[in-house]
Ligand binder design. Structure first.
Ligand code: HMG
Ligand code: MG
Length: 303
């Protein structure tokens, strides 16, 4: 059976925009529940300015807790610049992700740099991460549409993905930041990217603003993509991208993949336990499109 590789980004993308701020020990419990469910890779936190994202201010406290409790879990952290990398390395990071947006305005809003500077800073950060012996990922954000500049030219996405590849990024993560992609766009863009980037280096990061993330994931699967970001309970969204809603829910992606003959190694019951925990902590109902059906199945099994 073919395997689908899922990185759960709930601890970072999921929590960075929540009105309720969780403390480090609660975030550790979230990571532990994900690992217990069979998730093998997470994005744990981000080393960004605490003024910009107060929810991630505890990154240097949290990462060592996760590394100590879950040494076998692949744990990436987002770093926007060399300062973030330096802080992440000091906290014991083994994998870092840089974030480059494909438009001028989105970079300015997100990391206070223009496109050229953001590209150079991402390249420098990747180079330094290699020197330190860390694994790397590079996001290409707003790879479909930008909330400020409209549809992003595909050529620009290809150009930046190549730059990140040449800079040595282990994985290039193509992101639909505001969840505006359609399956047709995903097929076209990921198909074009897959001609230039090896499939084991290419990932997709979908948001579900328009309810199309699972359909978009299927379109990516059809062109050979096997690496997906997702967020348990569907939580997520970039605070600097107006209109960005949650990520594709991990439970929806796992259900779709397993029903279509792919192995994920992730237990849906384990994910439900994680959603239950997260919704108590975040004090609101959570879950992807299939959550009601999944809960009903669990009740039937347990009755
Ligand atoms: P800036 O204000 O331009 O930075 O922010 P600066 O270089 O001028 O420095 C200002 C202060 O910030 C200085 O401190 C620096 O030391 C400090 P001061 O001298 O005033 O005390 N600083 C830092 N502190 C902690 N960590 C750092 C860091 N860098 C500088 N890494 C900066 C630039 C990038 C820091 C800021 O804009 C920032 O933190 N932005 C946050 C971006 C963010 O987290 N966005 C959300 C994640 S991206 C996302 O969600 C999209 C994604 O999911 C994919 C998708 O869906 O598209 C990945
Ligand atoms: Mg995101």
């Amino acid at each position: 059976m073919e395997h689908l590789y899922i990185t759960d980004v709930a601890p970072r993308d999921g929590l960075q925009n929540q009105p309720v701020h969780l403390d480090a020990s609660t975030k550790l419990q979230l990571a532990q529940l994900l690992a217990k469910a069979g998730v093998r890779s997470i994005e744990a936190t981000s080393f960004v300015s605490p003024k910009a994202v107060p929810q991630m201010a505890d990154a240097a406290e949290l990462l060592p807790l996760i590394r100590a409790a879950l040494p076998d879990l692949r744990t990436s952290v987002l770093v926007p610049n060399l300062k973030g990398l330096e802080r992440a390395h000091a906290a014991g990071a083994t994998e870092v992700a840089v974030v480059l947006s494909a438009t001028e305005t989105m970079n300015r809003k997100n990391i206070n740099m223009g496109l050229d500077q953001a590209t150079e800073v991402s390249e420098q950060t990747l180079a330094e991460a290699h020197r330190l012996g860390l694994r790397t990922r590079a996001y290409v954000a707003v790879a479909f549409d930008c909330p400020f500049e409209g549809e992003t030219p595909l050529d620009e996405v290809l150009r930046l993905a190549h730059r990140m590849q040449r800079a040595g990024a282990g994985e290039i993560v193509i992101a639909d930041t505001i969840g505006s992609a359609s399956p047709g766009m995903v097929k076209q863009r990921m198909g074009a990217l897959a001609e230039a980037i090896a499939l084991d280096q290419l990932a997709i990061h979908l948001h579900d603003t328009r309810g199309m993330a699972v359909a978009n994931a299927w379109a990516a699967l059809e062109v050979g993509v096997r690496r997906f970001d997702a967020s348990v309970g569907g939580i997520g969204g970039c605070p600097f991208a107006p209109g960005a809603a949650g990520n594709v829910a991990t439970e929806d992606l796992v259900l779709m993949a397993e029903r279509s003959g792919f192995a994920t190694g992730i237990s849906l019951d384990g994910l439900l336990d994680t959603v239950d925990f997260a919704q108590v902590q975040l004090q609101r109902p959570l879950g992807g499109r299939a959550i009601t059906w999944l809960r009903r199945q669990r009740e039937k099994r347990n009755s």
